[in-house]
Write a protein that binds this ligand. Structure first.
Ligand SMILES: *Cc1c(COP(=O)(O)O)cnc(C)c1O
Length: 400
């Protein structure tokens, strides 16, 4: 056996022995609440398609029209010859929607976070980041070479302390605070008002990755900044906003929104953007159609449905004595701790016709394995009630 084969066999065995082995399940047909998984029809409670747009016929029709007009491939990176009018139109629509001067389309949220952090930060700079940030913010921070300061989760005092220690630095050195808006595995929110205030006081840059807030939070679906702005009665604007188009918008790709100089600089220097083929024009067309729905009365109606579904799920769990966190977003984790217990409950749910994936390390910290239940505007009350019932039975069976 050669060195690589030995290493892989040993590591895969370790992963298996720890109940951390992961496999993919095959979906047939469209993504949605009703989904066909490994040949079996079930109800999906582990999707980020919060508004039910991933298989919306109007979004698909927009993609189809663009496919007819522009074909499949963009043909090159945007700076070479890959920048289609569809990309430009989407960027303008996103910037207008978020009321920021500019937006820049990336092929994924992962690429956006890596590109921004690597482009903006260097070894004399400092990144202050929540310990539960998405892996792409962590890797981007590491790649940048900046001093990396991890702070306790969503803890304003920890940010204040870290920022206080930056006093007296050279005014050419940058301090950047980076956080998820909605934390992807916990569903709780970054303390945005406090972060905006602290960053202003310490001349630090605030970067918010609102992958799970865009389309979901705020009366207009503009995400975490709109949500907090309404609560505190002033307009909060993170200097750098990142969000993905693959979650509530039901498409794929991501973007960075900010001021003119930020976007122009990223166009010059964000390596994951410069050296990467532009997304298919049809994807941009689809995302623009999804954005139009998100911004419309229908979008507001879907958000209201989504919130009502979240509330129904939480009330049901409370009545059945299921221990929940205080997340008020569509991400509702049921933290079990052990990998084995999480897998067992996930399997039991699948037997009962519900798909809720088991989330285990390294996606979450050791000892916090969980079912990450996500609600959609497209779930019916009956589906939610039945899920709660099966969950309660599963938890009871475990305790017995
Ligand atoms: C999903 C996610 C990403 C990655 O986005 P992709 O477009 O899937 O690569 C980045 N940040 C957060 C917080 C996410 O949840």
């Amino acid at each position: 056996m050669n060195a690589l084969a030995r290493r892989l066999e040993q590591r895969l065995e370790q992963i298996r022995a720890a109940d951390l082995y992961r496999v993919r399940r095959i979906i047939d047909g469209a993504h949605g609440v009703q989904i066909r998984v490994d040949g079996r029809s079930c109800i999906n409670f582990c999707s980020n398609d919060y508004l039910g747009l991933a298989a919306d016929p109007r979004v698909a029709a927009a993609a189809r029209r663009a496919l007819d007009a522009s074909g499949t491939g963009s043909g090159a990176a945007a700076l070479v010859s890959g920048y289609n009018r569809e990309h430009c139109a989407l960027e303008e629509a996103l910037a207008a929607f978020l009321r920021r001067p500019r937006a820049l389309l990336f092929s994924s949220g992962w690429a956006a976070n890596l590109g921004v952090l690597r482009a903006l930060l260097g070894k004399n700079d400092m990144l202050i980041a929540d310990e539960l940030n998405h892996a792409s913010l962590i890797d981007g921070g590491r790649l940048s070479g900046a001093t990396y300061v991890r702070v306790a989760h969503a803890n304003g005092a920890a940010y204040a302390a870290a920022l206080a220690r930056t006093a007296g630095r050279s005014d050419t050195d940058l301090v950047l605070v980076a956080t998820d808006g909605v934390f992807s595995m916990d569903g709780d929110l970054a303390p945005l008002p406090e972060l905006v205030r602290l960053c202003a006081a310490h001349d630090a840059v605030l970067m918010v990755d609102d992958a799970h807030g865009l389309g979901v939070l705020g009366a207009g679906g503009r995400g975490i900044a709109e949500h907090w702005s309404a609560l505190c009665g002033e307009t909060l604007v993170p200097q750098i906003q990142v969000a993905t188009l693959g979650k509530a918008l039901g498409c794929g790709g991501a973007f960075v929104a900010g001021d003119e100089a930020l976007i122009e600089y990223l166009i010059q220097r964000a390596r994951s953007w410069v050296f990467s083929t532009a997304p298919p024009p049809a994807l941009a067309a689809a995302a623009r159609a999804a954005l139009a729905i998100v911004a419309s009365d229908e979008g507001a109606h879907r958000r209201a449905r989504l919130l009502a579904n979240v509330e129904r799920f939480r009330t049901g769990c409370r009545q059945c004595g299921i221990a929940m966190t205080d997340s008020a977003t569509p991400i509702q984790p049921l933290i079990l701790g052990s990998e084995t217990a999480t897998l067992a409950l996930s399997r039991r749910l699948f037997e009962a016709g519900f798909w809720v994936a088991a989330i285990r390390p390294p996606t979450v910290p050791p000892g916090t394995s969980r079912l990450r239940i996500t609600l959609s505007a497209a779930h019916t009350e009956a589906q939610i009630d039945r899920l709660v019932e099966v969950l309660a039975q599963g938890i009871e069976a475990r305790a017995a």
